[in-house]
Design a protein around this ligand. Structure first.
Ligand code: NAD
Length: 339
């Protein structure tokens, strides 16, 4: 049994990563596309065998309610649009799979969770890193005590903004992106650190830098620290000012796990470092996009809460807002416990 997916937004990530992956899933199939560009939508629909009656524009999307071939709506639009599209999809009776960051504000996240709850539909945020095999192995190794007691995490995630590309033009604008490098890529280390530590940060400190370029109205660079409930510390950086680097280290009393790169689409690496020895763990690469989509399909079929529901996305937005506040005020900001 395959769950039918509609993709909303046929941009860079949808076209180059998600559409080609759906065929690799065990339990999903593409059954509809939604786009502002009718010609692009038609071409893609034809290429993937989607019937023309299941091609929607942004204006006529709501008639998707009557399409029994669609169970999930996958939102791959600029961040500020996630809220309204999630609500529209839930009101049309569909489950929602939403790209990260979940939304611009905590209030938006709440509205999305409420809309899905009211419609009795499931909501999952696309945290692919929690389905990435090296990160899952790191989690398992930490649980088995391979690096002793975890004391500290560190990492960077950076890339250059390319303002000649449409995908980076909206990322540079606060009104569409909601935040800069932290919202876009810092969120990977934030979410993965919470996943690997298995606990929540209780306090953050931060500094940030903006761009001199008037086309860029979001922050470009963020350095932040987190203190976790048990005393674990982390120090991370996100940046639009240096070329491709996606590293995450977990330091324990008996060794270090280094993921470098940690969050590439393909080709990630895990190193276990103990005293002088460095060992690279070779594992069978599995596709993290297919894994997260199959997980959501399974959650629907078995009526279970997905691993990364709306509450998980909202938590990161809440912490990122605290990071911005810490940077603005120059003081540590406490994170209220999950309620
Ligand atoms: P993109 O610009 O390539 O695609 C966005 C799509 O939204 C385009 O088709 C664009 O036409 C459409 N759109 C609709 N209304 C728009 C508007 N008002 N302004 C601009 N575009 C509009 O961007 P992308 O890189 O594909 O990112 C889309 C989403 O996917 C973002 O939320 C991003 O964070 C997320 N993403 C996730 C990953 C991941 O690894 N999980 C990777 C890349 C992007």
């Amino acid at each position: 049994q395959r769950i039918g997916w509609a993709i909303v937004g046929l941009g860079d990530f949808a076209i180059n990563q998600i559409l080609p992956t759906i065929g690799d899933t065990r339990m999903c199939k593409l059954t509809a596309v939604v786009s502002g560009n009718a010609e692009k939508a038609r071409t893609i629909a034809q290429a993937y065998g989607v019937p023309s009656r299941s091609v929607y524009s942004y204006d006529d999307f709501d008639r998707i309610r009557d399409n029994p071939d669609v169970q999930v709506v996958y939102i791959i639009l600029p961040n500020a649009l996630h809220r309204d599209w999630t609500i529209r999809a839930a009101r049309a009776g569909k489950h929602v799979f939403c790209e990260k960051p979940m939304a611009v504000s905590v209030d938006d996240c709440k509205a999305m969770i409420d809309a899905c709850r009211t419609a009795r539909r499931k909501l999952m945020v696309a945290y692919r890193a929690q389905f990435e095999p090296h990160i899952m192995l790191a989690k398992q190794m930490i649980g088995e005590g391979k690096i002793g007691t975890v004391r500290s995490l560190a990492g960077e995630h950076g890339r250059m903004l390319e303002l000649d590309k449409p995908r980076d033009q909206w990322r540079a604008r606060q009104e569409l992106a909601g935040g800069g490098s932290l919202y876009d890529i810092g969120i990977y280390n934030l979410n993965t650190a919470r996943f690997l530590a298995g606990e929540e940060p209780v306090e953050v400190t931060a500094t940030l830098r903006n761009s001199d370029d008037p086309r860029v109205t979001v922050e470009t660079n963020v350095d932040w620290t987190m203190r976790f409930a048990s005393g674990i510390r982390s120090t991370f950086n996100s940046s639009y000012g240096y070329q491709n680097n996606k590293r995450l280290q977990v330091m324990g009393t008996e060794g270090t796990i280094e993921l470098d790169p940690a969050t590439e689409y393909y080709g990630n690496r895990l190193l276990l470092k103990k005293e002088q020895a460095v060992e690279q763990r070779e594992i069978r690469p599995t596709n993290q996009f297919a894994a997260e989509m199959d997980h959501f399909a399974e959650s629907i079929l078995q009526d279970r809460q997905p691993k990364t529901p709306g509450e998980e996305g909202m938590r990161d937005v809440q912490i990122m807002q605290a990071i911005y506040q810490a940077a603005r005020t120059g003081r540590p900001v406490e994170i209220p416990p999950r309620g």
